[in-house]
Ligand binder design. Structure first.
Ligand code: CA
Length: 224
């Protein structure tokens, strides 16, 4: 597993990279946002928000615009963390400095598992078709009328989850529990943010809100 560590402070980066290599990871280290954006593809990115050249948030958004790589944001203690804003940028998790090394390794493992394996395929189905929407559960590619969509890992998980039973109403609690296994981001606002961003990508009419219950994925072209 190849990690990209984006950290400008050598007193943090050096022991961190050494420790991660000792854990068996292949580690690329860059110290600026520009180098992070230009870096070779990685399996996971550890991204310091306080970089000397480009704001880490911008780096996060730029990385997310071109790939689905899982991103763990690293913030300094006291830095104001807007969780919803981080989610909207496409971050998968975050840690606050100073963090424990074991905790970080556990987080890397959890985020990687979550994004790499997602939900096991039902009936060994390779693709789920919901009208013009096609979800390939093996490659995690989603197309709408043949056009490839770029979803964040969490948006994909959410869509995949709803698509397992098209038309079924999933309660907010069920979705939070099943898609956000650790409930890390806490508030149910997280879910609304993801529903909203997913609607923007697949078409608002494809996810219906059942007031005070939850959400369902539907085929708007179908008669049912
Ligand atoms: Ca920094």
């Amino acid at each position: 597993m190849r990690l990209l560590v984006v950290e400008d402070d050598p007193t943090i980066a050096d022991p961190l990279c050494t420790g991660l290599r000792r854990e068996g990871f292949t580690v690329d280290h860059v110290a600026t946002g520009a180098d992070a954006i230009a870096a070779a593809p990685a399996d996971l990115v550890l991204l310091d928000l306080g970089l000397p050249d480009v704001d880490g948030r911008v780096v996060c958004r730029e990385l997310r615009a071109v790939s689905n790589v899982p991103i763990i944001v690293v913030t300094a203690r006291g830095e104001e963390i807007d969780r919803v804003a981080l989610l909207e940028l496409g971050a998968d998790d975050y840690v606050v400095k100073p963090f424990g090394f074991r905790e970080l390794v556990a987080r890397i493992g959890a985020v990687h598992r979550r994004t790499a394996s997602a939900v096991p395929a039902v009936d060994a189905q390779a693709a789920i078709d919901v009208g013009a929407l096609r979800i390939d559960t093996r490659t995690h590619q989603v197309t709408l009328a043949g056009e490839l969509l770029t979803l964040t890992p969490k948006e994909y998980d959410l869509l995949d989850y709803l698509a397992r039973d098209v038309g079924a109403v999933r309660s907010r609690d069920e979705i939070i529990h099943d898609v956000w296994d650790e409930n890390w981001w806490g508030s149910t606002k997280t879910l609304d943010v993801h529903i909203a961003s997913l609607r923007k990508k697949i078409g608002a009419e494809r996810i219906v809100t059942i007031r005070s219950v939850g959400f369902a994925l539907v085929d708007p072209e179908s008669d049912q």
